[in-house]
Design a protein around this ligand. Structure first.
Ligand code: NAD
Ligand code: TYD
Length: 356
């Protein structure tokens, strides 16, 4: 069981949830959280951590190989969980460069730091060390309506610059295992949702726009399909894989909750109507607005999680409805978080300018 864990991107959505999850799930773990605090990362996500003395935040870029090497040695890291990335498909369409720099080159720099410290210079023991790479099902491309879901065996066919950059990082991680014997794990999961998600992705954008009385943009006709994984279920899958996963292997993780986009937006409106009815008496659904479709919009993602279920005994706890209820309630209870995030500026009007 790892004791000193370096988490990259731990001030972002999934990373900060993972930090919280681990601090509670394992009283022996010390976490070093390394994050460059891009628009998507915020110390607001790390307020009121349980047991905060076991969490050390260090601001820095994964491209800074020397700094990473220093942290690995200073804290005798025995597992690295790599979340840091540019993560939004729409931004990758408008400006792919940052995705190449962070997701591909940044991952390469991390791998080089690890190779030097654990393999070349043997400054720390390789025995027991794990490099756990967090990836996405988008590396597999898109499914047709009736295709079977993605599995660990599905060939890579990424479509967006984001997906291509993640596919590239997956290949590098795998190659470092094959070539240098680096003990790696990769998890590829479906769309996450839950607390602390930056309000540019569909679910938090819908909730925050609805609460602000703004329109709810649905791309195209809203018929694309996604499988939704509640973030704490993803965290438990990562932790299971990190402790008991087979070195060199990939685990596909999904929520078994596939649904079309319009239905997600409508369900969120129904939950909001119930939990926080509008003063006008109208439904939030009145705000739904169909907008120009995303270029190259992947039709459907879905994952068959049989391997992680049967080999590691992992199971998602939340249904789509229970997860959405928790998520909406969290955003209602944390209005000041949305305000703090939105007031950082860059997000304002971004979707409107590009998809209006
Ligand atoms: P996010 O955008 O919310 O957070 C990314 C974090 O990485 C931020 O805190 C940011 O500051 C940090 N970061 C970015 N560039 C960095 C750099 N160069 N150096 C150090 N830190 C840097 O992303 P997320 O949604 O939490 O996703 C985390 C990981 O999970 C990503 O690798 C993503 O590809 C993967 N993933 C996400 C989803 C999803 O639905 N959100 C699904 C599958 C896989
Ligand atoms: P998103 O949350 O950006 O995740 P991804 O593109 O990685 O799947 O989008 C989820 C789905 O919702 C995707 O099919 C695009 C669609 N979408 C909208 O219809 N409206 C929106 O405002 C956003 C952000 C996404």
């Amino acid at each position: 069981m790892p004791k000193n864990i370096l988490v990259t991107g731990g001030a972002g959505f999934i990373g900060s949830n993972f930090v919280r999850y681990l601090l509670v799930a394992n009283p022996d773990v010390r976490i070093v959280n390394y994050d460059s605090l891009t628009y998507a990362g915020s110390l607001e996500n790390l307020k009121d951590l349980p047991d905060p003395e076991r969490h050390i935040f260090v601001e820095g870029d994964i491209n800074d190989q020397g700094k990473v090497e220093g942290l690995l040695q200073e804290y005798k890291i025995d597992a690295l969980v790599h979340f840091a990335a540019e993560s939004h498909v729409d931004r990758s369409i408008l400006g792919p460069e940052a995705f190449i720099q962070t997701n591909i080159i940044g991952t390469f720099r991390l791998l080089e730091a690890v190779r030097r410290v654990y393999i070349e210079e043997k400054l720390l023991p390789l025995e027991g060390f794990r490099f756990h790479h967090i990836s996405t099902d988008e590396v597999f491309g898109e499914l047709g309506t009736d295709d079977p879901p993605f599995t660990e065996e599905t060939p890579y066919a990424p479509n967006s610059p984001y997906a291509a950059s993640k596919a590239s990082s997956d290949h590098l991680v795998r190659a470092y295992h094959h070539t240098y014997g680096l003990p790696i794990l990769i998890t590829n999961c479906t769309n996450n949702y839950g607390p602390y998600q930056y309000p540019e992705k569909l679910i938090p954008l819908t909730i925050s726009n609805a609460l602000a009385g703004k329109r709810l943009p649905v791309y195209g006709q809203g018929k694309q399909m996604r499988d939704w994984l509640y973030v704490s279920d993803h965290c438990s899958a990562i932790w299971e894989a990190l402790q008991r996963g087979k070195v060199g292997e990939t685990y596909a993780v999904g929520g078994d909750t596939q649904v079309v986009n319009l239905e997600i937006v409508e369900t969120l409106c129904e939950i909001l109507d119930e939990l926080k009815p509008r003063a006008s008496g109208e439904s939030y659904a009145e705000l739904i607005t169909f907008v120009k479709d995303r270029p190259g919009h992947d039709w459907r993602y879905d994952i068959d999680s049989s391997k992680i279920k049967s080999k590691l005994g992992w199971q998602a706890k939340e249904t789509l409805h229970s997860g959405l209820m928790k998520t909406v309630q969290w955003y209602l209870d944390n209005a000041q978080w949305i305000e703090a995030i939105n007031s950082e500026g860059e997000y304002k009007g971004w979707i409107k300018e590009n998809y209006g």
